[in-house]
Design a binder for this molecule. Structure first.
Ligand code: SAH
Ligand code: SF4
Length: 436
């Protein structure tokens, strides 16, 4: 989400006449987007700003945005007294005007809710993919999570605004979109009309020229049969589902306020795989939540082995202010969290490797995104499961779907070559059509 917001902010600033520089020392305006989901991320943005505070002497304007701005509001001035603007994620569109009008020694605060927190975006002509925020905030209040406090209540973007943006983006050359929200399945729950995420997907599917539609994140509790059926029916929809598990112990899931059981989660996985055997299912897991015993941890580990996710993001529990779990005493030591984190990562690494290995010899349709930065003869794209695929070609292929035969793999990437047989077949079919 932060990445998508930074892209949009960059566009607004360019329109307002600002130019990007890669050299921090040259900046007249320094904007930091702070993530507060874990303490480590928050500390990183605070130290980044502190380490550049000397730029204040030459008049650089300092702005803090993202979750960190909304969570701490003016209290963050105790750590960063030199800030000129503190702007929560719902007010990003106001940043260009605010930084233009701010005056030295007086910090402007723009936080809390906004009637229209979304920014419509016109992507640059060279882009193939676009991230499209469709929901801001979250109403779920998982006991460890700061998002509802940092980003406010759930607010769905209007279907008109989403569809208009994607239609314009496709005219500019965009071929694939990823719809973003903390829980995309809750899209429309705040509307006065009956309109849900599946309805939005069906609208987007009608956009001509759009080749692929993906989305992140799905809450296991709200991953409905209706949504899975639409995913299975439409080949434009990515065969990738990111459903965070968090823990393999029902006791811990209850304490986290996750509202599903391990059995229910497994049913979602089974139903999904039955409808779409080729689906890639990825997830998030947390270790060291207060009260997590060795037995709870082992339940998580064995569940991971049972499900065999394509990929897993593993986090060490970090107590966050204003959350319900913040009041709970920590029961797992730093070293033990480290140890559990490593065990899960190592286990998952083997599972991911064996899944990627199973692609060898198979043929994938790859949407080509760009040339490799290191080797201009290599292209990078993604297959329908969203897995990066690299291959060699001399032709101009950006934005095209190319059939690739997978020959090898490494960590997180597949390698292959253009499937000549298939390309010939497609060629002869089109020649056949032309003769008719
Ligand atoms: N909306 C998503 C998750 C968003 S946050 C969902 O409902 O699952 C992304 C991930 O960060 C979470 O899935 C969780 O695993 C991790 N996370 C969130 N809060 C955390 C905390 N306090 N400590 C450690 N990890 C955390
Ligand atoms: Fe946080 Fe839970 Fe909302 Fe995800 S669903 S953003 S974990 S409160």
């Amino acid at each position: 989400m932060n990445f998508a917001e930074s892209e949009r902010l960059q566009q607004l600033l360019t329109q307002a006449g600002w130019k990007e520089t890669k050299n921090v020392q040259q900046t007249h305006l320094l904007i930091a987007i702070g993530c507060s989901i874990r303490e480590k991320a928050e500390n990183r943005v605070i130290s980044f700003l502190k380490s550049n505070s000397h730029l204040k002497e030459k008049g650089t304007i300092f702005c803090l945005t993202g979750c960190t701005a909304n969570l701490h509001k003016e209290k963050i001035l105790e750590k960063l007294p030199f800030l000129d603007v503190i702007c929560g994620p719902n007010h990003i569109a106001e940043i260009p005007e605010t930084v233009e009008n701010c005056s030295p020694g007086k910090c402007v605060l723009k936080t809390g809710e906004s009637d229209n927190p979304f920014i419509e975006c016109v992507p640059s002509k060279k882009d193939i993919t676009l991230m499209v925020p469709i929901i801001k905030g979250c109403n779920n209040f998982c006991s460890y999570c700061v998002v509802p406090m940092a980003r406010g209540k759930l607010q769905s973007r209007s279907p008109d605004s989403v569809v208009r943006e994607i239609r314009n983006a496709v005219k500019q050359g965009i071929k694939a979109v990823t719809l973003l929200g903390q829980n995309v399945n809750e899209y429309g729950k705040d509307f006065t009309i009956d309109y849900c995420f599946s309805d939005l997907l069906c609208e987007i599917l009608k956009i001509e020229g759009l080749l692929r539609i993906g989305f992140l994140t799905s809450h296991p509790e709200d991953t409905t049969e209706k949504l899975l059926t639409i995913m299975a029916q439409h080949e434009k929809i990515m065969k990738h589902l990111h459903i965070p598990l968090q823990s393999g112990s029902d006791k811990i899931l209850r304490a986290m306020n996750r509202k599903y059981t391990v059995e229910k989660f497994f049913n979602v996985v089974e139903k999904t795989r039955k409808l779409m055997p080729e689906i890639s299912i990825t997830s998030d897991v947390m270790v060291g939540f207060p009260g997590e015993t060795q037995q709870d941890f082992e339940m998580t580990l064995s569940f991971i082995k049972k499900v065999r996710f394509n990929e897993l993001f593993v986090f060490k529990y970090s107590p966050r202010p204003m959350t319900k779990a913040f009041k709970l005493p920590e029961t797992v030591s730093k070293e033990e969290k480290e140890h559990r984190h490593k065990i899960i990562l190592d286990t998952q690494k083997q599972i991911t490797r064996s899944i990627l290995n199973s692609f060898k010899g198979k043929v994938c349709d790859v949407l080509v995104e760009r040339k490799s930065i290191k080797n201009q003869r290599l292209y990078i794209g993604r297959n329908i499961q969203g897995i990066p695929v690299s291959f060699e070609s001399k032709e101009v292929l950006e934005g095209k779907i190319v059939r690739i035969k997978i020959t090898d793999c490494a960590e997180g990437i597949l390698y292959g070559k253009v499937d000549e047989e298939c390309q010939l077949l497609q060629g002869s079919q089109s020649r056949e059509k032309m003769r008719k």
